[in-house]
Design a protein around this ligand. Structure first.
Ligand code: HEM
Length: 404
C-alpha cells in the first residue's frame, strides 16, 4: 500500500532518526516506514540536522560509489543514538579504515587486502571447518536444550578472528573473554565494558610486540613488515574484531533461527549452501544501514543533496527493493549470487566478506547436515527483541533437536 508507505514516511521526517518498530510476526522485515516510498526522503537526525534517507538499491549504490560522499566520522550526523556529549563523533584513529576517505583509506585497505591471500584463506578455511566440527560435536555431547549463541554462534567467529590475527592457542581464553564482552549486551558505559576495552587494547598491543619480535604466519605478523606503526596495527586489530565478530555471530544466530521456521531451508542449506547463504544475507541485512555525508552539492535520483547533509543508506530496504527482487519479502532459494548490498558497496565494501562467506557456508552446511531436526526450545513469541531495535538480534537462542 503505497499511500500508507508515503504517510509513514512523512511521520518519519517529523521524528528523530530511523524508525525502529518492526512487526512482531515478521521480525526479519525492516520497519514498514522504510518500504514502498520514494528512493530518497528527507529525514531529521539525532543532532537535529536535516538530511536524507535512501531506500532504493540504485540510490544506495549511487551514494556509496560516489567519492563526493565522505565516510569520515566527524562529518556524519547519526540516525540513531548520539555521542554522550551531544557533539560530533571524534575523527577516525589512524588505521581505522571505516571512518577514512581516499587516499588515507586506500593505503590501509591495500595493505589489508594483501593479507587475504588465497593460501591464507585456504588455511583459514581448514581451521574454520575444524572449529565448526568441534563445536557441533560439543553441542551434541551436551545434549538439548542448548543456547546456540553461547555454544556455537559466538565462539566460532571469535576463534576465527584469533586464527586470522595469530592469537596463540593458549592465550585464546584471555582474548576471547574480552571479545565476547565487547559484542555482548553489556552496557557500553559500564565498568565491565571499559575493562574489556582496556584489556583488549593492552592484549593487542602486547601481541603486536610479540609478532614484531617473532613473526608467525598470520595477518598481524604479515603487517609488521609494512610501514605501519604499533598504534595503527593495534587499531587495525580492533577494527577487524569489531567489524568481523558481532556481524558473523548475528548472522549465524538468525540463520539458524530461520532454519527452524522456514520449510525447505534445512535442505537448501545442505544441498545449495552458497546461494542459500547469499539469500539469507540479503533477507536479514544484519548491518541495516550505513551513513555518508556530502562534501559538495550532489544530485542523486533527481534530488539535490547539499554539502554537509548526511544520507542514511538503508541496506535493509535496498535489499527488499521490489524493482530488483521479485517477491522481496520472502526467502527464495536460487535467486543467484550477488545483487544484494548486505556487504555494502563501493570502496568500503566489506573487507571480510570472503571470510564471512567461508564461515557461514561451513557452519550452515554442517548444521543442516548434522542437526536437520533443529528447532526452538522456547516459543518463538518469547524471544526478546522481536519488535524493538533496528534489526532483530536475539542475544540467546535456546534450541533442541531429536537425538538419534
Ligand atoms: C565493512 C557487512 C563480516 C571486516 C562492512 C560493511 C558492511 C559489512 C555492510 C560496509 C560498511 C559501510 O560501508 O559503512 C558485514 C557482514 C558480515 C561481515 C553482513 C557478516 C555476515 C566481516 C568480517 C570481517 C569484516 C568477518 C573481518 C574479518 C570489515 C571491515 C570493513 C567492513 C574491515 C571496513 C572496510 C572499509 O572501510 O574499507 N562489512 N561484514 N566484516 N567489514 Fe564486514
Amino acid at each position: 500500500d503505497l499511500s500508507l508507505g508515503e504517510r509513514n514516511r512523512e511521520e518519519c521526517v517529523m521524528q528523530q532518526g530511523l524508525p525502529t518498530q518492526r512487526s512482531a510476526d515478521r521480525p526479519f522485515d525492516p520497519p514498514q516506514e522504510l518500504l514502498g516510498g520514494q528512493p530518497l526522503t528527507r529525514m531529521t537526525y539525532a543532532d537535529g540536522k536535516a538530511g536524507w534517507l535512501a531506500t532504493s538499491r540504485s540510490a544506495v549504490r549511487a551514494v556509496l560509489a560516489d567519492s563526493r560522499f565522505s565516510a569520515r566520522y566527524e562529518l556524519l550526523s547519526l540516525p540513531t543514538g548520539m555521542p554522550a556529549d551531544g557533539g560530533a563523533l571524534p575523527s577516525a584513529m589512524p588505521g581505522d579504515l571505516t571512518g577514512l576517505d581516499a587516499p588515507e583509506h586506500t593505503r590501509y585497505r591495500r595493505l589489508l587486502t594483501g593479507q587475504f591471500t588465497v593460501r591464507r584463506m585456504r588455511q583459514l578455511t581448514d581451521r574454520i571447518e575444524q572449529t565448526v566440527a568441534e563445536h557441533l560435536d560439543a553441542m551434541r555431547r551436551k545434549g538439548p536444550p542448548v543456547d546456540f549463541v553461547a555454544a556455537f554462534a559466538r565462539p566460532v567467529p571469535t576463534l576465527t578472528i584469533c586464527e586470522l590475527l595469530g592469537v596463540p592457542y593458549e592465550e585464546r581464553a584471555l582474548f576471547e573473554d574480552n571479545a565476547v564482552t565487547l559484542v555482548s549486551t553489556v552496557d557500553p558505559s559500564s565498568d565491565e565494558y571499559a575493562k574489556a576495552i582496556t584489556g583488549f587494547g593492552e592484549y593487542v598491543a602486547r601481541l603486536v610486540q610479540a609478532k614484531r619480535a617473532a613473526p608467525t604466519d598470520d595477518l598481524l605478523s604479515g603487517l609488521t613488515t609494512s610501514d605501519l606503526d604499533d598504534t595503527e596495527l593495534a587499531t587495525i586489530a580492533g577494527v577487524l574484531l569489531s567489524a568481523g565478530l558481532a556481524t558473523t555471530m548475528h548472522m549465524l544466530t538468525v540463520g539458524a533461527l530461520a532454519m527452524t521456521r522456514t520449510p525447505g531451508l534445512v535442505e537448501a542449506m545442505r544441498d545449495n549452501t552458497e546461494s542459500t547463504v547469499e539469500e539469507l544475507l540479503r533477507y536479514m541485512s544484519i548491518v541495516p544501514f550505513s551513513v555518508r555525508t556530502a562534501l559538495e552539492d550532489v544530485t542523486v535520483d533527481g534530488e539535490l543533496i547539499k554539502a554537509g547533509e548526511t544520507v542514511t543508506l538503508s541496506l535493509h530496504a535496498a535489499n527488499r527493493d521490489p524493482a530488483v527482487f521479485d517477491d522481496p519479502d520472502s526467502i527464495v532459494i536460487g535467486r543467484g549470487k550477488g545483487g544484494h548490498v548486505a556487504f555494502g558497496h563501493g570502496i568500503h565494501q566489506c573487507l571480510g566478506q570472503q571470510l564471512a562467506r567461508v564461515e557461514l557456508q561451513a557452519a550452515f552446511r554442517a548444521l543442516a547436515t548434522q542437526f536437520p531436526t533443529l528447532s526452538l526450545a522456547v516459543p518463538f513469541e518469547s524471544l526478546p527483541g522481536l519488535q524493538d531495535g533496528i534489526v532483530f538480534n536475539p542475544p540467546e537462542l535456546p534450541v533442541t533437536w531429536q537425538q538419534a
